[in-house]
Design a protein around this ligand. Structure first.
Ligand code: COA
Length: 434
């Protein structure tokens, strides 16, 4: 197919932007990086333009303070770039469960332009949206103008994210490498947490691993399991390694047997090579993949996520530090609830018992307990205490399912760092919860 008529440069593409427009870009590595890197060049000609993004991996100039009168940013999930830019005052978080992010947004506001990354076209004229189908294809269907960055470095993935170039208005020829996440070796705490969780994982279980250092590290504790399956929001390097080792076979899945199912992928270069033209990986619409009902159709479903802070009744704050937005709800609730909907399903929240945080007065780092009597003022409850199941630290694992508050206090204190346990009990008594 001849696409020469659709070709445009990024500098030409940003000239299509008019005041008041709503632009949506792809999640993570599926963002339209070349377009966004040029967007500030039209700052003097536009005002009130909103860019909606999710876990952006690049840090384009239009998010800088000097352009705040021209652009707003609405974010479904904060990344380091959005956390930094939030201070400018023109950036706001969109509360969401990831499986409904696109649907609810489309019901609220019209999309003028979708811009995102994709693979090179195949011989039939189809491109793959490559590294995410969380909401992208739905938004493309609604957008007035669709601009895709075709890029030989983006893997051609399968699922329901293939799109014919007839559906695309303009293409930008791009050549950047998709962003990668570091693949760090598990430390002692990760190994202890991983072993605790591994003791509850059976051969043939179906896994979801969440975003963050711990879930990725847990994968390495599962190397001796057999015939695991994958139905996850984010396909990670850890899951890819288990597939390469033959631990993940997807043979015993009760939904999409034989395939790893996800809604986006983010990790190492090796992960991107693994999913390229791989019919064993299906990247399906986030509204489907992350629907708690659909997740629950996988027998033996296990979800493993992490949190920033948990109170003694089981409320998990996984997206803010006090009232400061850190990340997002993402699929934490989708997957924790979905796993518990499944026959023999289990959900794990895994966290280190402590964190090293900056004291706001002295500026020195100090060790604090992540298990606390009460969440910090303004903290967002990501996973409700009604939905929490197993909680795991390097000191052990407890199951809160069906327990009362008094039992929870005791169970959670038993997996807190020993040096904080006595103080936690005193505080719980003072609150009248034990
Ligand atoms: N109080 C204050 N600060 C805390 C803290 C606490 N209780 N716990 C952690 N922190 C700080 C850490 O010190 C670290 O700060 P630094 O960057 O200055 O070192 C920062 O918060 C991040 O902590 P870390 O544990 O390294 O985070 P992570 O990268 O492993 O991500 C979550 C953890 C919870 C933020 C991430 O998993 C998330 O966003 N989850 C919600 C979405 C989700 O679970 N989706 C699931 C489907 S993919």
């Amino acid at each position: 197919m001849d696409i020469s008529m659709k070709k445009i440069t990024a500098s030409e593409a940003v000239k299509k932007v008019k005041s008041g427009m709503m632009i949506v870009t792809g999640l993570g590595c599926a963002e339209g990086r070349d377009f966004l890197s040029q967007l500030h060049t039209v700052a003097d000609e536009v005002s009130g333009v909103t860019v909606t993004n999710c876990l952006p991996m690049s840090d384009p100039d239009f998010m800088k303070k000097e352009y705040k009168n021209s652009f707003y940013v609405d974010g479904w999930f904060y990344s380091p770039a959005l956390r930094k830019a939030h201070q400018n005052g023109n950036i706001s978080f969109i509360p969401n469960h990831l499986h409904l992010a696109g649907i609810k947004r489309l019901a609220h506001v019209h999309t003028d332009i979708y811009v995102g990354a994709c693979s090179m076209p195949d011989k039939h004229g189809y491109v793959s949206l490559s590294l995410s189908n969380t909401y992208e294809k739905r938004v493309i269907e609604e957008a007035d103008l669709v601009i895709l960055e075709i890029n030989p470095n983006m893997p051609y993935t399968y699922g329901d994210l293939e799109l014919h170039l007839d559906e695309v208005d303009y293409v930008i020829e791009s050549n950047y490498l998709p962003a990668e996440l570091p693949d760090t070796e598990p430390n002692e705490k990760d190994i202890a947490i991983g072993n605790n969780i591994a003791s509850q994982i059976n051969d043939g279980d179906c896994l979801q691993l969440g975003i963050g250092g711990i879930p990725n590290a847990v994968a390495s504790a599962l190397k001796n399991k057999k015939d695991l399956g994958v139905h996850t929001e984010m396909l990670t390097t850890g899951l890819m390694k288990l597939a390469k080792l033959g631990v993940v076979t997807n043979k015993r899945k009760t939904l999409h047997k034989g395939k790893m199912v996800c809604t986006f992928a983010m990790g190492s270069r090796e992960l991107y090579e693994f999913i390229d033209h791989n019919p064993g990986v299906a990247i399906l619409d986030g509204a489907y993949t992350n629907d708690p009902h659909v997740i629950g159709l996988n027998d033996n479903m296990v979800s493993i996520n992490t949190t920033l802070e948990i109170d003694l009744t089981g409320q998990c704050c996984s997206e803010s530090i006090g009232s400061t937005q850190f990340s997002g709800t993402g699929g934490q609730v989708d997957t924790a609830v979905g796993a518990q909907n499944a026959k023999n399903g289990r959900s794990f929240i895994a966290l280190y018992s402590t964190a090293m945080v900056k004291n706001p007065v002295t500026g020195e780092r100090e060790e604090i307990s992540k298990i606390v009597p009460q969440l910090k003022q303004g903290a967002v409850v990501t996973l409700s205490r009604n939905d929490v199941n197993y909680v795991v630290t390097e000191y052990g694992m407890v199951n809160l399912k069906g327990t009362n508050v008094r039992e929870r206090v005791k169970l959670l204190i038993s997996i807190a760092h020993p040096k904080f346990r006595a103080e936690l009990l005193e505080q719980a008594k003072a609150l009248g919860i034990v």
